[in-house]
Design a protein around this ligand. Structure first.
Ligand code: G3H
Length: 251
């Protein structure tokens, strides 16, 4: 199980350092699952130093696929690896929508992250319009197939998938546990078809979208939900509450 916090474009370096110290203090006893925080790029290195050797892992929110070169404004997998990044969010719906990232680009990023021995948190999910047109499975299938295109079963097993219905992100409109479980089970079946049952069982599938302490339990007890990718509620002490809820479910 994984509990990952995506801080998005929040927290200055000093705010990030202060908050991560609080998290380490509150969550020093959490060993049953992986806890990850993904600060903005400016704070990554300093937060990484504080987390070094501790039980909270460092994640980045984005990456480019080349190691170096004339790519103004981009950050490479080598640069992330050097500062201790272990997880990289790839294909978040905000990047797909605002920065026009497509499935092919996302696939290249996933490969680059794996090549450097880091774990991609690969996001998929449908918009409200697509859900209302009955296209959820079709959209998610395309994203999964194209995102994982060309990956061997061994590589695919290292990927973490995050199902984030776009209509639930930052809206306060969480998917019901049944809605989320239905799509997670669909992804699991798809992975089994693309690879095999063992690979489908090994790949962890997180839910993301308006997770809060009062709706988290119902989601993570679902058979195919292996944790959460949390936005807003990861910026404050509610992240500690989410970790406690997850600990309670596992132990
Ligand atoms: O990456 C996190 C997701 O976009 C969820 O964000 P949220 O928890 O603020 O809805």
């Amino acid at each position: 199980m994984i509990l990952a916090g995506n801080w998005k474009m929040h927290k200055t370096i000093s705010e990030a350092k202060k908050f991560v110290s609080l998290l380490l203090n509150e969550l020093h006893d959490v060993k049953e699952f992986e806890t990850v925080v993904c600060p903005p790029f400016t704070a990554l290195s300093e937060v990484g130093e504080i987390l070094s050797g501790r039980n909270i892992k460092l994640g980045a929110q984005n990456v480019f696929y080349e190691d170096q070169g004339a790519f103004t404004g981009e950050v490479s997998p080598v640069m992330l690896k050097e500062i201790g990044v272990e997880y990289v969010i790839v294909g978040h719906s905000e990047r797909r929508r605002i920065f026009k990232e497509d499935d092919e680009l996302i696939n290249r990023k996933i490969r680059a992250v794996l090549e450097k021995g880091m774990t991609p948190i690969f996001c998929v999910g449908e918009t409200l319009e697509e859900r209302e047109k009955g296209l959820t499975f079709c959209v998610v299938e395309k994203q999964v197939r194209e995102g994982l295109y060309g990956l061997s079963r061994e590589e695919a097993q290292k990927v973490v998938i995050a199902y984030e219905p776009v209509w639930a992100i930052g809206t306060g409109k969480v998917a019901t546990p049944q809605q989320a479980q239905e799509v997670h089970a669909f992804i699991r079946r798809l992975l089994s078809e693309m690879y095999d049952d063992e690979t489908a069982e090994t790949i962890r599938i997180l839910y993301g979208g308006s997770i809060k302490p009062d709706n988290f339990l119902g989601l993570i007890v679902q058979k195919d939900i292996d944790g959460g990718l949390v936005g807003g509620a990861s910026l404050k002490e509610s992240f500690v509450e989410l970790a406690r809820i997850m600990k309670g479910v596992i132990s």
